[in-house]
Design a protein around this ligand. Structure first.
Ligand code: SF4
Ligand code: SF4
Length: 201
């Protein structure tokens, strides 16, 4: 049977709560586990730990278990959970915060998801919107499976769901750039213009 050190767990719970509050303006202490966040999450079906359970792990001070959840890397940052939460806990901010923490610590458990996330953010930061073909090719090359899902490409191109060329740069590029710069400050990542390489990640 595992032994639980109540004192250190409580201290850890307080530390995690304060940390998430200060850095990400999200208070796990207010959560009363109604589960509305998980019920509305469009990707909860694929998660190992649904959002309300991730919040509960934080509340209990179970740091390692919280950081090991794959769910944080499946989260699409759609903010449905935050919109539905009756206690304004902001689970989506916590999900994003956990990704940033894991990357800052170099402790990302699901490497392909981190590669996808990094390439996606790099493309959006550079152009104001994603260039899907570059994302797909760059990701496939990085994970050593250059032809992964390539069979879907012709149909997607024919149906205009995938373009061979980048979209015109977003009109909101400046605003997106500001958001991206803020994200980079939090995650200690340089802006894509400061790194080598063009659109192909
Ligand atoms: S919706 Fe809010 S209060 Fe309910 S479980 Fe999720 S985070 Fe907690
Ligand atoms: S922000 Fe993430 S956790 Fe919240 S509902 Fe959307 S996908 Fe689910």
């Amino acid at each position: 049977m595992n032994t639980v050190n109540i004192t250190s767990t409580l201290a850890e719970a307080q530390r995690i709560r304060q940390d998430l509050k200060t850095k990400y303006d999200a208070d796990v202490g207010k959560c009363y586990q109604c589960g509305k966040c998980s019920a509305g999450c469009p990707v909860a079906f694929a998660m190992d730990t649904p959002p309300h359970k991730v919040i509960q792990l934080a509340k209990l001070g179970l740091y390692d278990e919280m950081m090991e959840c794959h769910s944080t890397w499946l989260c699409a940052t759609c903010h449905t959970c935050s919109a539905r939460c009756p206690r304004e806990v902001h689970p989506s901010r916590i999900m994003e915060g956990l990704r940033i923490e894991a990357r800052n610590q170099g402790s990302v458990k699901v490497r392909p998801l981190d590669i996808f996330h990094t390439k996606f953010m790099k493309l959006v930061g550079k152009r104001g919107r994603v260039y899907e073909m570059a994302l797909m090719l760059g990701y496939n090359l990085s994970v050593g499976r250059p032809l992964k899902d390539a069979g879907f490409a012709p149909k997607m191109i024919l149906n205009k769901k995938l373009s061979l060329f980048p979209h015109t740069t977003s009109k909101a590029r400046k605003e997106v750039r500001k958001i991206h710069e803020r994200y980079n400050r939090m995650s200690n990542t340089p802006h894509p213009d400061q790194t080598s390489g063009g659109d192909t990640p």
